[in-house]
Design a protein around this ligand. Structure first.
Ligand SMILES: N[C@@H](CCC(=O)N[C@@H](CS)C(=O)NCC(=O)O)C(=O)O
Length: 208
């Protein structure tokens, strides 16, 4: 591809999963950092990152769709099971699950005032969403049989996605208590030398 991808993103957000996939692909891309106060100015009508401007000029949003599309568009990189692979149903299931049953809850978890005005109600909403997020990880932990990676011994964009989304609160508790096998895979992805510089620059871990 002759023209670069443009990622609308920000450090510590879901855009880092897209940046990681592009890094693994060795794709030509640049990041437009979008601080919260400028989200309204980006081309995504949902005013959210990530959004990916394709070399064709089309804008893609929705992190799971972007990751699946990038992997499918570059089959030689083997970042997703092929359409006819027996692993494909599980791959699609868990990509959609991470997006809908986990990532989506942070919209209100991080700003409960979006749903409830009363401060006591906000604390309750936050607690309920944290419990729901933990339950999602628990369901995923019970539903997969990881090898070196979540779907077996090949790294896919699902591993990258889970590594980024599970970095948010309450990361440590999640990995130690709720989803230790997922946590083990996450640590493997975190120490992948191809991604070390990206993690350090775009999503450094806070000291525990
Ligand atoms: N469904 C979207 C969710 C994207 C999303 O929630 N992005 C967050 C950053 S991690 C955001 O832009 N939040 C700002 C807001 O919603 O106001 C996706 O999967 O890409």
């Amino acid at each position: 591809m002759s023209e670069a991808f443009v990622v609308y993103g920000e450090r510590g957000t879901g855009s880092v999963a897209v940046e990681a996939a592009l890094t693994l692909l060795g794709a030509d891309y640049r990041v437009e950092n979008v601080p919260e106060e400028r989200l309204g100015a980006i081309p995504n009508p949902m005013a959210q990152v990530p959004a990916l401007l394709l070399p064709s000029g089309e804008l893609m949003t929705e992190s799971a769709a972007i990751l699946i599309w990038l992997a499918d568009a570059h089959p030689a990189a083997s970042l997703a099971p092929a359409v006819d692979s027996p692993l494909r149903p599980a791959f699609l299931r868990w990509m959609a699950f991470v997006s809908a049953a986990i990532y989506a809850h942070y919209w209100a978890r991080d700003a409960p005032s979006r749903l409830v005005k009363d401060p006591a109600g906000q604390a309750e909403v936050k607690g309920s969403l944290e419990a729901r997020i933990a339950h999602g990880w628990e369901v995923m932990e019970a539903g997969i049989t990881p090898g070196r990676y979540l779907l077996g011994d090949e790294l896919t964009v699902l591993d990258v996605y889970v590594t980024v989304i599970s970095r948010w609160t309450p990361r440590q508790a999640l990995h130690e208590r709720v989803a230790p096998r997922i946590g083990e895979v996450v640590r493997r992805v975190e120490t992948d030398p191809r991604l070390a510089a990206l993690w350090a620059e775009r999503f450094p871990l806070r000291a525990a």
